[in-house]
Write a protein that binds this ligand. Sequence first.
Ligand code: NAP
Length: 317
Amino acid sequence: MAAEKSKVLIVGGTGYLGKRLVKASLAAGHQTYVLHRPEIGVDIDKVQLLLSFKHQGAHLLTGSFDDHHSLVNAVKVVDVVICAISGVHIRTHQILLQLKLVHAIKEAGNVKRFLPSEFGTDPAKMDNAMEPGRITFDDKMKVRKAIEEAGIPHTYVSANCFAGYFLGGLCQPGQILPSKDHVVLLGDGNPPAIYVDEDDIAMYTIKAIDDPRTLNKTVYISPPKNILSQRQVVEIWEKLIGKELHKSSISKEEFLAAMKEQDYSEQVGLTHYYHVCYEGCLTNFEIGMEEWKPLNFIRKSTTPPSNNTCAATYNYH
Ligand SMILES: NC(=O)c1ccc[n+]([C@@H]2O[C@H](COP(=O)([O-])OP(=O)(O)OC[C@H]3O[C@@H](n4cnc5c(N)ncnc54)[C@H](OP(=O)(O)O)[C@@H]3O)[C@@H](O)[C@H]2O)c1
């Protein structure tokens, strides 16, 4: 008889990635619980989103980061907790709130797997990241440290670049729609990065939760066909629209000087673009290939301009 699927609690299920995690968990047949906070007040869109989860079969649980017992009670109901709390400064950055969740998981004592809110660049590889953007990696590492000190079984998901943020604007910071005339290349536009459709990220995250090979490991979502330089992204778009874009380029010195003129939250995001697009930080290290495991799955990316079929795979170490 097939083993029973884990019961899953999604924290941050109303967010950009979180709602996809809820959908993917339900689609994979997990009993899915969504924590919602009383603080949402009269946010009618959030309430309707939560109701739509309920109609799709999710169970709604009320809990607040300001109420420890509510968190303990919520995590006691499930086997796996996935947190997708916000961590993008131009929206909000609440990564360290997870320390309260770690505390609750430790006290509850029943959780077989915790996946903290990561889903980006592996923070363990970003020791030398620049200010002010390094706060994202530093805070995610603080959460990892708390998880490991508490002895909580975990999986970290390094999902590389969300396609919606990066591909939509042809890897130009501050743009999420592709231009039909002109593109600014970051430097020579050649360092490769890894762009992953957010629905795919959610699906692979859910695939990892009951997989014994990913226990206490980092999963890298890096489908080989999604490893592209900015120039290659632009080429795909040019083929789609049947037109060559006018190209200019911004040197790293100009990029860094312009960054200093921006406000703090913009600077955090721009630092991340710098590491990804000028330094190639997503592809400049080796992943333990001895355990490479292709998943038998082909998915068509829906995010423009990447209409190529992605053979999705994950690596873990
Ligand atoms: N790799 C990439 O390119 C990339 C891009 C974006 C994000 N990420 C990462 O993905 C993860 C999720 O980010 P996201 O953009 O999906 O997040 P988001 O949409 O900004 O927010 C996610 C959730 O955080 C909750 N939240 C915010 N403040 C809270 C508070 N004070 N107390 C309790 N809950 C709170 C929200 O709940 P309410 O609805 O109740 O407010 C929402 O459900 C982060 O770790 C982020 O760093 C990676």
